[in-house]
Write a protein that binds this ligand. Sequence first.
Ligand code: UDX
Ligand code: UDX
Length: 458
Amino acid sequence: MEFEKKILCIGAGYVGGPTMAMIAAKCPRYKVTVVDINPARIAAWNSDSLPIYEPGLDVLVQKTRGVNLFFSTAVEAGIRDADIIFVSVNTPTKTFGQGAGKAADLQFWEKTARQILAYSTADKIVVDKSTLPVRTAEAMERILNNNTKNVHFEVVSNPEFLAEGTAIADLENPDRVLIGSQETPTGLAARKAIVDIYSHWVRRDCILESNVWSAELSKLTANAFLAQRISSISPISALCEKTQADVVEVANAIGRDSRIGGKFLKAGVGFGGSCFKKDILNLVYICQSYGLTEVAEYWESVVKINGWQENRFIRTMLENMFNTVAGKRIALLGFAFKADTGDTRESPALVIARGLLEERAQVVITDPKALDNARQDLHAVKEDLSFEADPYCAAEGAHAVVLLTDWKLYQDLDYQRILRSMEHPAFLFDGRNLLDHKKLFELGFNVFAIGKAPLKHF
Ligand code: UDX
Ligand code: UDX
């Protein structure tokens, strides 16, 4: 079949892979190729065992792979062939030099821009999918159009708002798609080409158009606002624990105010994931570099409170387990940063596991999808650490069971069986307020939840 358009995506990660699978499924007349410098990742995309776990992704890939969706390591050929290139390489927080610990590390992104320039022989639209500091698209445009090849590049910003665990549903039915371009005739034509892709399945009034900088800043701001809600309910959860109020009841009551809304008010061990912290620190760095000190401090506090909440959880455990966990087996139920993903990047479970290991606890980790990543994250740990696929085996002989990821399967465990196999007094810390605390208390557990009065037998 002759394809109408050829789309390339550079970066086969959590964003690039699912997004391109959806575009391929919805636009059968477009050829979609995803390339990556990591051959193992591409091999996994071409196998039955995809490199990331995302509900519904395998079905989508099976339907389209080899038809109009292709995974390859041939970056050069891919670039040459494409009309539209999405850039979805990672932009982690810088770990060195100016802005270390805050600014985005743009080295992969710039290298990709230079590859696009080197291998292109005809005009192309380049779409920034990666989350980038404001005005980065402009920098890309400068790199690309500073050429003597008589090739013109139009750079469009199309930030991705999908959340892991619900990526397929978010892509299929997005609240909005945001497309920012220059407001020149060629910029508007490029914008239309990207609008045309999404119009295959997204309602036209959900496709928002803007200038490039608004699109870039909207992505950072959306993540900052979402994280800010969690960092607003976290301190209230601490206050609830002191005052016998219940944070779930408080969140429900305030969320019923339609001006506040009920989403993203679940108090827990804190937010994780590859985006929130990175994007806020990025925002902080941008504000600092424009001399907006108060603005930077305001947003930085959202990250600080999150770290405080994680550490507060460790302190609660210690205080209630008679101020020592040394030598005690502690089972962590869940290691992913949220349910329905195997991703452990910035997971609060990492901070909590490390904190407990420092206190010389015997930590055992279980998770239905994230054990491989957990092993990699903690490979340098010399202390007493083990991994267990079966939650019942993890809990056996433990002094405490600590729920850290909101996997539904943890609601359905046989807690009576778990209690029987544990040391006594048996402690249960629910870092996600997922379980039926009263029932667990009646079974015999000493139960500590977030933002609720403890239920203790002593
Ligand atoms: C994405 C975005 O790109 C990031 O900016 C946003 O904030 C979060 O989502 P994600 O898909 O989660 O990142 O990243 P990751 O899973 O690490 O995937 C990036 C891929 O790009 C990797 O597979 C990496 O091998 C690839 N890559 C990186 C290249 O192909 N070329 C490079 O030069 C660098
Ligand atoms: C987020 C944004 O939601 C998404 O739009 C953006 O594209 C990428 O960043 P993601 O990090 O995948 O997505 O997941 P999200 O559902 O936002 O959860 C982030 C963290 O916040 C998780 O650790 C989650 O457990 C936590 N969370 C979320 C809470 O603690 N309470 C809540 O009420 C909601």
